[in-house]
Design a protein around this ligand. Structure first.
Ligand code: F6R
Length: 608
Protein backbone atom coordinates (compact mmCIF):
# COMPACT_ATOMS: atom_id res chain seq x y z
CA UNK A 1 0.00 0.00 0.00
CA UNK A 2 1.06 3.59 -0.49
CA UNK A 3 3.41 5.03 2.11
CA UNK A 4 4.44 8.57 2.94
CA UNK A 5 7.60 9.95 4.47
CA UNK A 6 8.45 13.63 4.93
CA UNK A 7 11.27 15.49 6.64
CA UNK A 8 11.94 19.02 7.86
CA UNK A 9 15.21 19.41 9.74
CA UNK A 10 18.98 19.90 9.80
CA UNK A 11 19.97 16.72 7.92
CA UNK A 12 19.78 16.07 4.19
CA UNK A 13 16.09 15.37 3.59
CA UNK A 14 16.73 13.09 0.60
CA UNK A 15 18.76 10.58 2.63
CA UNK A 16 16.26 10.46 5.48
CA UNK A 17 13.30 10.12 3.13
CA UNK A 18 14.80 7.36 0.94
CA UNK A 19 15.86 5.43 4.04
CA UNK A 20 12.40 5.92 5.55
CA UNK A 21 10.72 4.71 2.35
CA UNK A 22 12.87 1.58 2.46
CA UNK A 23 11.34 0.75 5.81
CA UNK A 24 7.91 1.00 4.19
CA UNK A 25 8.86 -1.26 1.28
CA UNK A 26 7.26 -4.31 2.86
CA UNK A 27 3.83 -2.68 2.53
CA UNK A 28 4.07 -3.28 -1.21
CA UNK A 29 4.44 -0.66 -3.96
CA UNK A 30 5.10 -0.36 -7.65
CA UNK A 31 6.65 3.10 -8.03
CA UNK A 32 8.28 5.70 -5.82
CA UNK A 33 9.33 9.33 -5.80
CA UNK A 34 10.60 12.23 -3.75
CA UNK A 35 10.48 16.03 -3.87
CA UNK A 36 13.01 18.13 -1.99
CA UNK A 37 13.20 21.90 -1.74
CA UNK A 38 16.63 22.96 -2.97
CA UNK A 39 18.18 26.43 -3.18
CA UNK A 40 16.51 27.27 -6.47
CA UNK A 41 13.49 25.03 -6.89
CA UNK A 42 11.60 21.91 -5.89
CA UNK A 43 13.56 18.95 -7.29
CA UNK A 44 11.53 15.82 -7.93
CA UNK A 45 12.70 12.37 -8.94
CA UNK A 46 10.53 9.32 -9.58
CA UNK A 47 11.01 5.73 -10.62
CA UNK A 48 8.88 2.78 -11.57
CA UNK A 49 9.73 -0.43 -9.73
CA UNK A 50 11.82 -0.91 -6.62
CA UNK A 51 13.49 1.84 -4.60
CA UNK A 52 16.94 0.80 -5.89
CA UNK A 53 15.91 2.44 -9.15
CA UNK A 54 15.08 5.67 -7.34
CA UNK A 55 18.44 5.51 -5.62
CA UNK A 56 20.18 5.09 -8.97
CA UNK A 57 18.43 8.22 -10.25
CA UNK A 58 19.41 10.02 -7.06
CA UNK A 59 23.07 8.96 -7.31
CA UNK A 60 23.40 10.36 -10.81
CA UNK A 61 21.47 13.46 -9.81
CA UNK A 62 22.10 14.21 -6.09
CA UNK A 63 19.56 16.47 -4.44
CA UNK A 64 20.38 18.40 -1.31
CA UNK A 65 17.84 20.17 0.86
CA UNK A 66 16.36 20.18 4.33
CA UNK A 67 12.66 19.89 3.59
CA UNK A 68 11.10 17.20 1.47
CA UNK A 69 8.49 14.50 0.95
CA UNK A 70 8.56 10.97 -0.45
CA UNK A 71 6.13 8.26 -1.42
CA UNK A 72 5.85 4.63 -2.39
CA UNK A 73 2.81 4.08 -4.61
CA UNK A 74 0.61 1.00 -4.95
CA UNK A 75 -1.46 1.81 -8.01
CA UNK A 76 -5.17 2.49 -7.54
CA UNK A 77 -6.17 5.30 -9.94
CA UNK A 78 -4.18 4.92 -13.16
CA UNK A 79 -1.44 2.60 -14.39
CA UNK A 80 1.99 2.11 -12.93
CA UNK A 81 4.07 4.79 -14.67
CA UNK A 82 6.09 7.91 -13.92
CA UNK A 83 3.16 10.27 -14.60
CA UNK A 84 1.03 8.57 -11.97
CA UNK A 85 3.86 8.13 -9.43
CA UNK A 86 3.94 10.61 -6.53
CA UNK A 87 4.88 13.32 -5.64
CA UNK A 88 2.46 15.32 -7.78
CA UNK A 89 3.11 18.97 -8.50
CA UNK A 90 1.07 21.95 -9.65
CA UNK A 91 1.82 23.05 -13.21
CA UNK A 92 4.21 25.82 -12.07
CA UNK A 93 6.20 23.17 -10.13
CA UNK A 94 6.01 25.27 -6.98
CA UNK A 95 3.88 23.00 -4.80
CA UNK A 96 4.50 19.29 -4.34
CA UNK A 97 2.34 16.74 -2.58
CA UNK A 98 2.28 13.08 -1.56
CA UNK A 99 -0.96 11.32 -0.71
CA UNK A 100 -2.01 8.07 0.89
CA UNK A 101 -5.71 7.19 0.59
CA UNK A 102 -8.53 7.57 -1.90
CA UNK A 103 -10.48 10.72 -2.82
CA UNK A 104 -14.06 9.78 -3.68
CA UNK A 105 -15.08 13.12 -5.25
CA UNK A 106 -11.92 13.71 -7.30
CA UNK A 107 -13.72 13.57 -10.65
CA UNK A 108 -16.11 16.40 -9.69
CA UNK A 109 -13.19 18.48 -8.40
CA UNK A 110 -11.17 17.73 -11.52
CA UNK A 111 -14.02 18.90 -13.75
CA UNK A 112 -14.31 22.09 -11.70
CA UNK A 113 -10.59 22.77 -12.02
CA UNK A 114 -10.58 21.99 -15.73
CA UNK A 115 -13.23 24.67 -16.17
CA UNK A 116 -10.78 27.06 -14.47
CA UNK A 117 -8.16 26.11 -17.07
CA UNK A 118 -6.19 23.52 -15.09
CA UNK A 119 -4.53 20.73 -17.11
CA UNK A 120 -3.77 17.30 -15.67
CA UNK A 121 -0.80 15.09 -16.47
CA UNK A 122 -1.82 11.99 -14.53
CA UNK A 123 -4.88 9.82 -14.00
CA UNK A 124 -4.61 10.07 -10.22
CA UNK A 125 -6.95 11.50 -7.63
CA UNK A 126 -3.84 12.98 -5.98
CA UNK A 127 -3.03 15.44 -8.76
CA UNK A 128 -6.45 16.99 -8.19
CA UNK A 129 -5.48 17.77 -4.58
CA UNK A 130 -2.29 19.61 -5.49
CA UNK A 131 -4.02 21.60 -8.24
CA UNK A 132 -6.75 22.57 -5.82
CA UNK A 133 -4.11 23.77 -3.34
CA UNK A 134 -2.64 25.81 -6.19
CA UNK A 135 -6.11 27.24 -6.88
CA UNK A 136 -6.50 28.41 -3.27
CA UNK A 137 -2.88 29.45 -2.75
CA UNK A 138 -2.26 33.14 -2.15
CA UNK A 139 1.03 33.04 -0.27
CA UNK A 140 -0.18 31.08 2.79
CA UNK A 141 0.35 27.33 2.29
CA UNK A 142 -1.42 26.27 5.48
CA UNK A 143 -4.59 28.16 4.50
CA UNK A 144 -4.55 26.80 0.96
CA UNK A 145 -4.17 23.22 2.21
CA UNK A 146 -6.92 23.73 4.74
CA UNK A 147 -9.35 25.13 2.15
CA UNK A 148 -8.51 22.17 -0.07
CA UNK A 149 -8.97 19.39 2.46
CA UNK A 150 -12.34 20.81 3.44
CA UNK A 151 -13.44 20.07 -0.14
CA UNK A 152 -12.20 16.48 -0.15
CA UNK A 153 -14.45 13.50 0.42
CA UNK A 154 -12.52 10.32 1.18
CA UNK A 155 -9.44 9.22 3.04
CA UNK A 156 -6.11 10.93 2.98
CA UNK A 157 -2.80 11.48 4.68
CA UNK A 158 -0.91 14.27 2.97
CA UNK A 159 2.57 15.76 3.01
CA UNK A 160 2.91 19.12 1.23
CA UNK A 161 5.86 21.39 0.47
CA UNK A 162 6.00 24.67 -1.41
CA UNK A 163 8.82 26.63 -3.02
CA UNK A 164 7.59 29.99 -1.70
CA UNK A 165 7.67 28.64 1.87
CA UNK A 166 10.95 26.70 1.65
CA UNK A 167 11.31 26.04 5.37
CA UNK A 168 7.84 24.55 5.85
CA UNK A 169 6.31 21.08 5.73
CA UNK A 170 2.54 20.62 6.05
CA UNK A 171 0.93 17.32 7.07
CA UNK A 172 -2.79 16.43 7.22
CA UNK A 173 -4.61 13.30 8.27
CA UNK A 174 -8.12 12.01 7.66
CA UNK A 175 -8.80 8.27 7.91
CA UNK A 176 -5.25 7.31 6.87
CA UNK A 177 -2.50 6.98 9.44
CA UNK A 178 0.08 9.71 9.89
CA UNK A 179 2.68 9.78 12.62
CA UNK A 180 5.10 12.56 13.48
CA UNK A 181 8.54 11.80 14.91
CA UNK A 182 10.35 14.43 16.97
CA UNK A 183 14.06 13.81 16.36
CA UNK A 184 16.89 15.99 17.66
CA UNK A 185 17.65 17.20 14.15
CA UNK A 186 14.05 17.85 13.08
CA UNK A 187 10.63 16.43 12.27
CA UNK A 188 9.85 13.31 10.31
CA UNK A 189 6.34 12.38 9.21
CA UNK A 190 5.38 8.90 8.10
CA UNK A 191 2.51 6.53 7.51
CA UNK A 192 4.24 4.17 9.86
CA UNK A 193 6.40 3.97 12.91
CA UNK A 194 8.97 1.82 11.08
CA UNK A 195 10.38 4.79 9.17
CA UNK A 196 10.59 6.92 12.30
CA UNK A 197 11.99 4.55 14.90
CA UNK A 198 15.58 4.78 13.68
CA UNK A 199 15.51 8.54 14.19
CA UNK A 200 13.52 8.86 17.40
CA UNK A 201 11.04 7.14 19.70
CA UNK A 202 9.22 10.41 20.50
CA UNK A 203 6.06 10.57 18.46
CA UNK A 204 2.67 12.15 17.99
CA UNK A 205 -0.13 10.15 16.38
CA UNK A 206 -2.17 12.60 14.33
CA UNK A 207 -5.94 12.25 14.58
CA UNK A 208 -8.51 12.63 11.84
CA UNK A 209 -9.05 16.14 10.55
CA UNK A 210 -5.84 17.48 12.01
CA UNK A 211 -3.32 19.57 10.14
CA UNK A 212 0.27 20.17 11.24
CA UNK A 213 2.86 22.76 10.28
CA UNK A 214 6.57 22.11 10.77
CA UNK A 215 9.32 24.66 10.31
CA UNK A 216 13.08 24.47 9.88
CA UNK A 217 13.48 26.82 12.84
CA UNK A 218 12.37 23.81 14.95
CA UNK A 219 8.85 25.06 15.62
CA UNK A 220 5.64 23.18 14.99
CA UNK A 221 1.89 23.61 15.40
CA UNK A 222 -1.11 21.29 15.22
CA UNK A 223 -4.55 22.63 14.24
CA UNK A 224 -8.07 21.33 13.75
CA UNK A 225 -9.98 22.23 10.58
CA UNK A 226 -11.23 25.44 12.24
CA UNK A 227 -7.61 26.49 12.55
CA UNK A 228 -7.78 26.33 16.35
CA UNK A 229 -4.37 25.35 17.63
CA UNK A 230 -4.40 22.02 19.48
CA UNK A 231 -2.07 20.55 22.08
CA UNK A 232 -0.77 17.10 21.20
CA UNK A 233 0.94 14.85 23.67
CA UNK A 234 4.36 13.59 22.58
CA UNK A 235 4.48 9.88 23.40
CA UNK A 236 7.60 7.81 24.01
CA UNK A 237 7.33 4.53 22.16
CA UNK A 238 8.30 1.28 23.74
CA UNK A 239 10.08 0.14 20.57
CA UNK A 240 13.62 0.25 19.33
CA UNK A 241 15.56 -0.40 16.14
CA UNK A 242 15.57 -4.16 16.84
CA UNK A 243 11.78 -4.25 16.56
CA UNK A 244 12.13 -3.59 12.85
CA UNK A 245 15.40 -5.45 12.22
CA UNK A 246 15.62 -9.06 11.07
CA UNK A 247 17.62 -9.88 14.19
CA UNK A 248 19.85 -12.39 12.40
CA UNK A 249 17.04 -14.18 10.55
CA UNK A 250 17.14 -14.40 6.78
CA UNK A 251 13.62 -13.05 6.44
CA UNK A 252 11.07 -11.21 8.55
CA UNK A 253 8.59 -14.04 8.00
CA UNK A 254 10.90 -16.56 9.69
CA UNK A 255 11.76 -14.10 12.46
CA UNK A 256 8.08 -13.48 13.11
CA UNK A 257 7.25 -17.20 13.12
CA UNK A 258 9.98 -17.66 15.71
CA UNK A 259 8.74 -14.72 17.78
CA UNK A 260 5.42 -16.46 18.45
CA UNK A 261 6.31 -18.21 21.74
CA UNK A 262 7.48 -14.91 23.28
CA UNK A 263 4.64 -12.90 21.78
CA UNK A 264 2.06 -15.29 23.26
CA UNK A 265 3.85 -15.42 26.61
CA UNK A 266 3.96 -11.60 26.82
CA UNK A 267 0.32 -11.27 25.87
CA UNK A 268 -0.78 -13.83 28.45
CA UNK A 269 1.35 -12.07 31.08
CA UNK A 270 -0.42 -8.81 30.26
CA UNK A 271 -3.93 -10.22 30.16
CA UNK A 272 -3.90 -12.95 32.83
CA UNK A 273 -2.97 -11.46 36.16
CA UNK A 274 -2.79 -13.62 39.32
CA UNK A 275 -4.57 -16.39 37.46
CA UNK A 276 -7.50 -14.13 36.44
CA UNK A 277 -8.33 -12.77 32.99
CA UNK A 278 -7.89 -9.02 32.88
CA UNK A 279 -8.92 -7.44 29.61
CA UNK A 280 -8.58 -3.94 30.97
CA UNK A 281 -10.79 -1.95 33.29
CA UNK A 282 -12.84 -0.40 30.57
CA UNK A 283 -13.78 -3.75 29.08
CA UNK A 284 -17.39 -4.93 28.69
CA UNK A 285 -19.04 -5.51 32.04
CA UNK A 286 -21.09 -8.61 32.91
CA UNK A 287 -24.27 -6.52 32.46
CA UNK A 288 -23.21 -5.39 29.00
CA UNK A 289 -22.25 -8.93 27.96
CA UNK A 290 -25.58 -10.30 29.15
CA UNK A 291 -27.31 -7.76 26.90
CA UNK A 292 -25.62 -9.05 23.73
CA UNK A 293 -28.03 -11.15 21.73
CA UNK A 294 -25.82 -11.56 18.68
CA UNK A 295 -22.09 -11.77 18.17
CA UNK A 296 -20.41 -11.03 14.86
CA UNK A 297 -16.73 -11.38 14.03
CA UNK A 298 -15.71 -9.47 10.92
CA UNK A 299 -12.26 -9.45 9.27
CA UNK A 300 -10.25 -10.22 6.13
CA UNK A 301 -7.75 -12.91 5.16
CA UNK A 302 -5.76 -14.39 8.00
CA UNK A 303 -7.59 -12.29 10.58
CA UNK A 304 -10.85 -13.73 9.24
CA UNK A 305 -9.48 -17.24 9.79
CA UNK A 306 -8.65 -16.32 13.40
CA UNK A 307 -12.30 -15.30 13.75
CA UNK A 308 -13.53 -18.55 12.20
CA UNK A 309 -11.43 -20.60 14.62
CA UNK A 310 -12.46 -18.53 17.64
CA UNK A 311 -16.13 -19.03 16.78
CA UNK A 312 -15.87 -22.63 17.99
CA UNK A 313 -14.47 -21.57 21.36
CA UNK A 314 -16.86 -18.65 21.91
CA UNK A 315 -19.91 -20.72 21.02
CA UNK A 316 -18.85 -23.62 23.18
CA UNK A 317 -17.76 -21.57 26.19
CA UNK A 318 -20.71 -19.15 26.19
CA UNK A 319 -23.55 -20.97 24.45
CA UNK A 320 -23.97 -17.85 22.25
CA UNK A 321 -24.16 -18.12 18.48
CA UNK A 322 -21.38 -16.39 16.54
CA UNK A 323 -21.56 -15.20 12.95
CA UNK A 324 -18.18 -14.77 11.21
CA UNK A 325 -18.11 -12.64 8.06
CA UNK A 326 -15.54 -11.56 5.50
CA UNK A 327 -15.45 -7.78 5.84
CA UNK A 328 -15.64 -7.12 2.10
CA UNK A 329 -18.83 -9.22 1.92
CA UNK A 330 -20.42 -7.91 5.11
CA UNK A 331 -21.88 -4.85 3.47
CA UNK A 332 -23.73 -6.89 0.83
CA UNK A 333 -25.22 -9.42 3.21
CA UNK A 334 -28.47 -8.92 4.98
CA UNK A 335 -27.44 -7.68 8.39
CA UNK A 336 -29.07 -8.66 11.62
CA UNK A 337 -27.09 -6.10 13.56
CA UNK A 338 -28.69 -3.86 16.17
CA UNK A 339 -27.96 -2.28 19.54
CA UNK A 340 -27.92 -5.73 21.14
CA UNK A 341 -25.11 -6.91 18.86
CA UNK A 342 -21.44 -7.22 19.73
CA UNK A 343 -19.42 -6.75 16.53
CA UNK A 344 -15.77 -7.81 16.84
CA UNK A 345 -13.32 -6.58 14.19
CA UNK A 346 -9.98 -8.35 13.87
CA UNK A 347 -7.07 -6.73 12.06
CA UNK A 348 -3.29 -6.74 12.31
CA UNK A 349 -2.87 -3.32 10.70
CA UNK A 350 -6.05 -1.66 11.94
CA UNK A 351 -6.11 0.05 8.54
CA UNK A 352 -7.82 -2.52 6.29
CA UNK A 353 -10.36 -0.53 4.27
CA UNK A 354 -12.94 -3.32 4.05
CA UNK A 355 -12.85 -3.96 7.79
CA UNK A 356 -13.03 -0.23 8.54
CA UNK A 357 -16.08 0.14 6.31
CA UNK A 358 -17.79 -2.81 7.98
CA UNK A 359 -17.03 -1.20 11.35
CA UNK A 360 -18.59 2.05 10.20
CA UNK A 361 -21.65 0.14 8.99
CA UNK A 362 -21.99 -1.80 12.26
CA UNK A 363 -21.78 1.46 14.21
CA UNK A 364 -24.51 2.99 12.07
CA UNK A 365 -26.68 0.03 13.07
CA UNK A 366 -25.90 0.76 16.75
CA UNK A 367 -23.78 -2.36 17.43
CA UNK A 368 -21.26 -2.28 20.29
CA UNK A 369 -17.88 -2.59 18.61
CA UNK A 370 -14.63 -4.18 19.69
CA UNK A 371 -11.39 -4.03 17.68
CA UNK A 372 -8.69 -6.68 18.08
CA UNK A 373 -5.69 -4.96 16.55
CA UNK A 374 -1.91 -5.12 16.55
CA UNK A 375 -0.89 -1.70 15.20
CA UNK A 376 -1.30 0.77 18.01
CA UNK A 377 -3.15 4.00 17.34
CA UNK A 378 -4.28 2.76 13.95
CA UNK A 379 -7.55 4.03 12.51
CA UNK A 380 -9.59 1.07 13.74
CA UNK A 381 -8.50 1.67 17.32
CA UNK A 382 -9.92 5.18 17.15
CA UNK A 383 -13.25 4.09 15.72
CA UNK A 384 -14.21 1.06 17.80
CA UNK A 385 -15.86 1.36 21.24
CA UNK A 386 -13.28 -0.96 22.82
CA UNK A 387 -9.84 -2.10 21.75
CA UNK A 388 -7.72 -5.13 22.59
CA UNK A 389 -4.11 -5.04 21.38
CA UNK A 390 -2.11 -8.09 20.24
CA UNK A 391 1.14 -6.51 21.50
CA UNK A 392 3.21 -8.74 19.20
CA UNK A 393 5.38 -5.90 17.87
CA UNK A 394 5.54 -4.70 14.26
CA UNK A 395 4.67 -7.46 11.80
CA UNK A 396 6.71 -6.65 8.72
CA UNK A 397 6.45 -9.73 6.53
CA UNK A 398 3.39 -9.44 4.33
CA UNK A 399 2.33 -12.95 5.32
CA UNK A 400 0.74 -12.70 8.72
CA UNK A 401 1.95 -15.19 11.34
CA UNK A 402 2.48 -13.84 14.85
CA UNK A 403 -0.49 -11.51 14.51
CA UNK A 404 -2.66 -14.56 13.77
CA UNK A 405 -1.65 -16.53 16.87
CA UNK A 406 -1.90 -13.50 19.15
CA UNK A 407 -5.32 -12.61 17.68
CA UNK A 408 -6.36 -16.17 18.55
CA UNK A 409 -5.09 -15.80 22.12
CA UNK A 410 -7.11 -12.61 22.59
CA UNK A 411 -10.22 -14.21 21.12
CA UNK A 412 -9.84 -17.23 23.43
CA UNK A 413 -9.41 -14.91 26.42
CA UNK A 414 -12.45 -12.98 25.32
CA UNK A 415 -14.44 -16.23 25.09
CA UNK A 416 -13.33 -17.22 28.59
CA UNK A 417 -14.00 -13.76 30.00
CA UNK A 418 -17.51 -13.80 28.54
CA UNK A 419 -18.11 -17.32 29.88
CA UNK A 420 -17.02 -16.17 33.32
CA UNK A 421 -19.29 -13.12 33.22
CA UNK A 422 -22.22 -15.13 31.89
CA UNK A 423 -21.58 -17.94 34.33
CA UNK A 424 -21.48 -20.54 31.54
CA UNK A 425 -18.14 -22.07 32.62
CA UNK A 426 -17.08 -22.92 36.13
CA UNK A 427 -14.13 -21.18 37.74
CA UNK A 428 -12.19 -24.46 37.69
CA UNK A 429 -12.84 -25.01 34.02
CA UNK A 430 -11.69 -21.48 33.17
CA UNK A 431 -8.57 -22.00 35.26
CA UNK A 432 -7.79 -25.26 33.47
CA UNK A 433 -8.14 -23.53 30.08
CA UNK A 434 -5.84 -20.71 31.21
CA UNK A 435 -3.30 -23.24 32.48
CA UNK A 436 -3.47 -24.97 29.10
CA UNK A 437 -2.90 -21.69 27.24
CA UNK A 438 0.24 -21.10 29.30
CA UNK A 439 1.74 -24.35 27.94
CA UNK A 440 1.35 -23.23 24.32
CA UNK A 441 4.56 -21.13 23.94
CA UNK A 442 6.75 -24.06 25.02
CA UNK A 443 4.94 -26.41 22.66
CA UNK A 444 5.35 -24.01 19.75
CA UNK A 445 9.08 -23.88 20.52
CA UNK A 446 9.23 -27.67 20.26
CA UNK A 447 7.81 -27.50 16.73
CA UNK A 448 10.16 -24.66 15.76
CA UNK A 449 13.16 -26.75 16.81
CA UNK A 450 12.30 -29.16 14.00
CA UNK A 451 12.47 -26.49 11.34
CA UNK A 452 14.79 -28.47 9.03
CA UNK A 453 12.11 -31.09 8.63
CA UNK A 454 9.88 -28.46 7.02
CA UNK A 455 12.67 -27.47 4.67
CA UNK A 456 12.65 -31.08 3.41
CA UNK A 457 8.89 -31.10 2.92
CA UNK A 458 9.18 -27.81 1.03
CA UNK A 459 11.67 -29.43 -1.35
CA UNK A 460 9.04 -32.08 -2.11
CA UNK A 461 6.29 -29.48 -2.66
CA UNK A 462 8.18 -26.81 -4.55
CA UNK A 463 7.47 -28.10 -8.06
CA UNK A 464 3.81 -28.90 -7.51
CA UNK A 465 1.17 -27.05 -9.51
CA UNK A 466 -1.34 -27.53 -6.71
CA UNK A 467 -1.23 -28.51 -3.06
CA UNK A 468 -4.42 -29.22 -1.14
CA UNK A 469 -5.14 -28.80 2.54
CA UNK A 470 -7.86 -30.74 4.30
CA UNK A 471 -9.44 -31.04 7.74
CA UNK A 472 -12.77 -31.11 9.57
CA UNK A 473 -14.38 -28.52 11.85
CA UNK A 474 -11.72 -26.42 13.56
CA UNK A 475 -9.07 -28.26 11.52
CA UNK A 476 -10.79 -27.17 8.32
CA UNK A 477 -10.48 -23.51 9.34
CA UNK A 478 -6.78 -24.01 10.21
CA UNK A 479 -6.42 -25.76 6.84
CA UNK A 480 -7.80 -22.63 5.17
CA UNK A 481 -5.16 -20.55 6.91
CA UNK A 482 -2.44 -23.05 5.89
CA UNK A 483 -3.62 -22.91 2.28
CA UNK A 484 -3.70 -19.10 2.27
CA UNK A 485 -0.19 -18.91 3.74
CA UNK A 486 1.22 -21.37 1.21
CA UNK A 487 -0.40 -19.76 -1.82
CA UNK A 488 0.50 -16.19 -0.94
CA UNK A 489 4.22 -16.77 -0.49
CA UNK A 490 4.88 -19.75 -2.81
CA UNK A 491 2.43 -18.83 -5.64
CA UNK A 492 1.47 -22.52 -5.81
CA UNK A 493 -2.25 -23.02 -6.28
CA UNK A 494 -3.65 -24.21 -2.95
CA UNK A 495 -7.13 -24.89 -1.72
CA UNK A 496 -8.52 -26.17 1.54
CA UNK A 497 -11.23 -28.82 1.42
CA UNK A 498 -13.50 -29.82 4.27
CA UNK A 499 -12.59 -33.51 4.53
CA UNK A 500 -16.22 -34.58 4.50
CA UNK A 501 -16.84 -32.57 1.33
CA UNK A 502 -14.07 -34.23 -0.72
CA UNK A 503 -16.30 -36.88 -2.20
CA UNK A 504 -18.89 -34.32 -3.21
CA UNK A 505 -16.69 -33.11 -6.04
CA UNK A 506 -13.12 -32.16 -5.20
CA UNK A 507 -11.84 -35.73 -5.04
CA UNK A 508 -12.03 -35.72 -8.85
CA UNK A 509 -8.83 -33.67 -8.78
CA UNK A 510 -6.86 -36.33 -6.92
CA UNK A 511 -4.38 -38.56 -8.76
CA UNK A 512 -0.93 -39.98 -8.06
CA UNK A 513 0.73 -36.62 -8.53
CA UNK A 514 -1.39 -34.90 -5.87
CA UNK A 515 0.07 -33.75 -2.58
CA UNK A 516 -2.26 -33.08 0.32
CA UNK A 517 -1.58 -31.61 3.76
CA UNK A 518 -4.09 -32.88 6.31
CA UNK A 519 -4.70 -31.41 9.77
CA UNK A 520 -6.11 -33.74 12.41
CA UNK A 521 -6.33 -32.41 15.96
CA UNK A 522 -9.93 -32.84 17.09
CA UNK A 523 -11.02 -35.71 19.29
CA UNK A 524 -14.50 -36.04 17.79
CA UNK A 525 -13.48 -35.83 14.12
CA UNK A 526 -10.04 -37.49 14.05
CA UNK A 527 -11.30 -40.95 13.15
CA UNK A 528 -13.52 -39.67 10.37
CA UNK A 529 -10.77 -37.55 8.83
CA UNK A 530 -8.37 -40.50 9.05
CA UNK A 531 -10.82 -42.48 6.90
CA UNK A 532 -10.91 -39.61 4.41
CA UNK A 533 -7.12 -39.96 4.16
CA UNK A 534 -7.67 -43.55 3.03
CA UNK A 535 -9.94 -42.31 0.26
CA UNK A 536 -7.19 -39.94 -0.85
CA UNK A 537 -4.32 -42.46 -0.75
CA UNK A 538 -6.51 -44.96 -2.64
CA UNK A 539 -6.44 -42.41 -5.49
CA UNK A 540 -2.69 -42.05 -5.31
CA UNK A 541 -2.32 -38.86 -3.24
CA UNK A 542 0.72 -38.33 -1.00
CA UNK A 543 -0.33 -36.98 2.36
CA UNK A 544 1.57 -34.98 4.98
CA UNK A 545 -0.45 -35.08 8.18
CA UNK A 546 -0.13 -32.46 10.90
CA UNK A 547 -1.58 -34.14 13.97
CA UNK A 548 -1.44 -34.62 17.72
CA UNK A 549 -2.82 -38.18 17.50
CA UNK A 550 -0.90 -41.42 17.54
CA UNK A 551 -3.19 -43.31 15.22
CA UNK A 552 -2.46 -46.24 12.92
CA UNK A 553 -4.89 -45.25 10.15
CA UNK A 554 -3.24 -41.83 10.07
CA UNK A 555 0.25 -43.35 10.01
CA UNK A 556 -0.58 -45.88 7.30
CA UNK A 557 -2.05 -43.24 5.04
CA UNK A 558 0.56 -40.54 5.52
CA UNK A 559 3.78 -40.10 3.61
CA UNK A 560 4.87 -38.15 6.63
CA UNK A 561 3.32 -37.48 10.03
CA UNK A 562 4.13 -34.09 11.56
CA UNK A 563 3.44 -34.52 15.27
CA UNK A 564 2.76 -31.83 17.82
CA UNK A 565 1.91 -32.04 21.51
CA UNK A 566 -1.71 -32.77 22.35
CA UNK A 567 -3.69 -29.83 23.72
CA UNK A 568 -7.35 -28.92 24.26
CA UNK A 569 -9.15 -29.23 20.91
CA UNK A 570 -10.12 -25.54 20.88
CA UNK A 571 -6.51 -24.39 21.21
CA UNK A 572 -4.98 -26.90 18.78
CA UNK A 573 -4.84 -24.37 15.88
CA UNK A 574 -2.20 -22.43 17.86
CA UNK A 575 0.04 -25.46 17.32
CA UNK A 576 -1.16 -27.00 14.07
CA UNK A 577 -0.72 -23.70 12.21
CA UNK A 578 3.02 -23.57 13.00
CA UNK A 579 4.01 -26.42 10.61
CA UNK A 580 1.75 -24.81 7.98
CA UNK A 581 3.57 -21.47 8.40
CA UNK A 582 6.99 -23.13 8.17
CA UNK A 583 6.02 -25.20 5.12
CA UNK A 584 4.83 -22.01 3.41
CA UNK A 585 8.04 -20.17 4.31
CA UNK A 586 10.43 -22.87 3.13
CA UNK A 587 8.45 -23.56 -0.05
CA UNK A 588 8.62 -19.88 -0.95
CA UNK A 589 12.35 -19.91 -0.24
CA UNK A 590 12.88 -23.07 -2.31
CA UNK A 591 11.12 -21.44 -5.25
CA UNK A 592 13.34 -18.37 -5.01
CA UNK A 593 10.48 -16.00 -4.23
CA UNK A 594 10.66 -12.69 -2.43
CA UNK A 595 9.35 -14.25 0.80
CA UNK A 596 8.61 -11.08 2.75
CA UNK A 597 7.15 -9.17 -0.18
CA UNK A 598 5.15 -11.61 -2.29
CA UNK A 599 4.11 -10.32 -5.69
CA UNK A 600 0.92 -8.24 -6.00
CA UNK A 601 0.34 -8.13 -2.25
CA UNK A 602 0.40 -5.26 0.20
CA UNK A 603 0.75 -5.41 3.95
CA UNK A 604 -2.04 -3.01 4.79
CA UNK A 605 -4.86 -3.08 2.26
CA UNK A 606 -6.18 0.45 2.53
CA UNK A 607 -8.39 0.30 -0.56
CA UNK A 608 -11.65 -1.63 -0.99
C1 F6R B 1 -2.28 -13.06 4.90
C2 F6R B 1 -2.50 -11.68 5.23
C3 F6R B 1 -3.78 -11.04 4.84
C4 F6R B 1 -4.29 -10.18 5.99
C5 F6R B 1 -5.54 -9.39 5.54
C6 F6R B 1 -6.11 -8.57 6.67
O1 F6R B 1 -1.06 -13.51 5.39
O2 F6R B 1 -1.66 -11.06 5.81
O3 F6R B 1 -4.72 -11.98 4.46
O4 F6R B 1 -4.59 -11.01 7.06
O5 F6R B 1 -5.19 -8.55 4.48
O6 F6R B 1 -5.19 -7.64 7.12
P1 F6R B 1 -5.34 -6.96 8.54
O7 F6R B 1 -5.17 -8.05 9.55
O8 F6R B 1 -4.24 -5.94 8.60
O9 F6R B 1 -6.71 -6.36 8.58
Amino acid sequence: MCGIVGYCGKKNATDIIIHGLKNLEYRGYDSAGISVITKDSIKTIKSVGKLDKLEEVYKSNPIKGNVGIGHTRWATHGNVNLENAHPHLNSKNTISLVHNGVIDNYLELKEELEKEGYKFKSKTDTEVIVQLIDFYYNGNLLNAVLKTVKRLVGSYALGVVCNDNPSELIAVRNNCPLIVGFAEDGFIISSEISSIIENTNKVVYMDNKEIAQFNLNNTYKFFNYNLDEIEKEIETMDLNKDSISKNGFEHYMLKEIFEQPDAIRNLLDKRVINGKINLGESFFTAEEIKEFEKIYIIACGTAFHAGEIAKFAIQNFTGRQVQVEIASEFNYNQKFVDDKTLAIFVSQSGETADTLLALEEAKKLSAKTLAIVNAQNSTMTKQADKVMYCYCGPEISVASTKAFTTQLILLYLLALDMAEKLGTLSEDKIKSYLDELKTIPERISEILERKDNFRNIAEELKNQESVFYTGRGIDFTTAKEGALKLKEVSYIHTEAFASGELKHGSIALIDDSTKVIAIISQEHTAKKTAINLEELTARGASIYTITDFDDNTIKQNSKEVIKFARTTDFFAPLLSVIPAQLIAYYTSLARGNDVDKPRNLAKAVTVE
